[in-house]
Design a protein around this ligand. Structure first.
Ligand SMILES: [Zn+2]
Ligand SMILES: [Zn+2]
Length: 351
């Protein structure tokens, strides 16, 4: 099999030939049909996260040591099953739930494997989809994606479930009655707009610094799009919302966007941070109880949420976000484009 691997942090991915794995036990081998390129891949590739104040979290601190095969948004066709694997058959096309935990700890047992302290995420700790084959530990992580094409389906495994998970943490009680603020109109922001519509949300004001991305957000049904970099961005967001903003979902996660999100929400509102751009903020503590706001981090979603999301998307109830298909061999160029902020919608690698 062939994969494109991180061999040195920050250096171009290296095309690598290795023996195609033979599935053991409950494992299932897939031939990759599509692999989405995610912003979080940039962090793995570069090897660090910005914690703010000059502090860094390195990817090695997360226990990741090259060579690494990235790619956690995987759609593939079943080509081989381990002797104990069941639930799928050769030729089935499936989306992979990559957020796999140990399966034994209390967090995994309550169904939130994405929060397991000893994760086995595909494309992070375990080899992922920047390859022509992927090994999945159990068929329960393989999900039907209905009428979508593989390239349309792949982004649901991370950008889709992350946007869905963030909306779940905002809660329908808020997003059905109040407008929300979506910060960042990249792949995740656009997906969030689509899902908000599918879930019966009132709508979202979108904030982004890039006029092209604001345009894309308006086309995707945003109530309004404002310049996140404007000095009076909070006022602009609140005026554009025409009602109190119930929650902000921050798909960027920088100091300035956190400030915008926290300041723009109404009393009782939620600020949900998803993006990993990096930085830090200072908070006036009395204002947290006085405004009764919630600051919540969100990381992907559970297997149950993934099933719920795919049922919605597979039935055609989520307008697809624009995807751009590239050959697997173009992985390096695609990462560079993403790093430069030039990808509108989602880039997907196909073999
Ligand atoms: Zn991702
Ligand atoms: Zn666990």
């Amino acid at each position: 099999m062939k994969s494109y691997d991180v061999v040195d942090f920050g250096a171009p991915l290296k095309p690598t030939e290795k023996p195609t794995p033979k599935p053991q036990g409950s494992e299932v081998l897939l031939r990759t049909l599509a692999a989405g390129v995610c912003h979080s891949d940039l962090h793995i590739w570069e090897g660090w996260y910005d914690l703010g104040g000059g502090k860094k979290l390195t990817v090695r601190d997360r226990g990741l040591v090259p060579p690494l095969t990235m790619g956690h948004e995987i759609v593939g066709e079943v080509v081989a099953l381990g002797p104990e694997a069941s639930g799928v058959k050769i030729g089935d096309k499936r989306l992979v739930h990559p957020w796999i935990g140990c399966g034994a700890c209390p967090v995994c047992r309550r169904g939130e494997e994405q929060l397991c302290m000893t994760p086995r995420f595909l494309g992070v700790q375990k080899p992922g989809g920047y390859a022509d084959h992927v090994l999945v530990p159990h068929a329960r992580y393989l999900l039907d994606f209905g009428r979508l094409s593989p390239a349309q389906a792949a982004p649901f495994a991370c950008s889709g479930i992350t946007a869905f998970g963030a909306l779940k943490r905002v809660g329908a009680a808020i997003f059905r009655e109040q407008p929300i603020l979506v910060i960042g109109a990249g792949g995740l922001g656009l997906m969030c707009l689509s899902l908000l519509k599918a879930l019966g949300g009132l709508g979202a004001v979108v904030a982004d610094i890039d006029p092209g991305k604001r345009e894309a957000a308006l086309k995707a049904g945003a109530l309004a799009a404002i310049d996140a970099g404007a000095a009076d961005a909070v006022k602009r967001a609140q005026e554009a919302a025409k009602a109190s903003i119930g929650a902000a979902i921050d798909f960027v996660g920088a100091s300035a966007t956190a400030r915008l999100g926290i300041d723009a929400i109404a009393k009782g509102g939620k600020y949900v941070i998803v993006g990993l751009f990096g930085g830090e903020i200072t908070l006036s503590l009395p204002l947290v109880p006085m405004r009764a706001i919630t600051i919540q981090g969100a990381y992907t979603g559970s297997l149950a949420e993934m099933k719920e999301l795919l049922a919605l998307a597979g039935a055609g109830k989520v307008p697809p976000v624009p995807v751009h298909e590239h050959r697997l061999a173009e992985a390096n160029a695609v990462l560079e484009e993403l790093k430069a902020g030039r990808v509108i919608g989602r880039a997907v690698l196909t073999p």
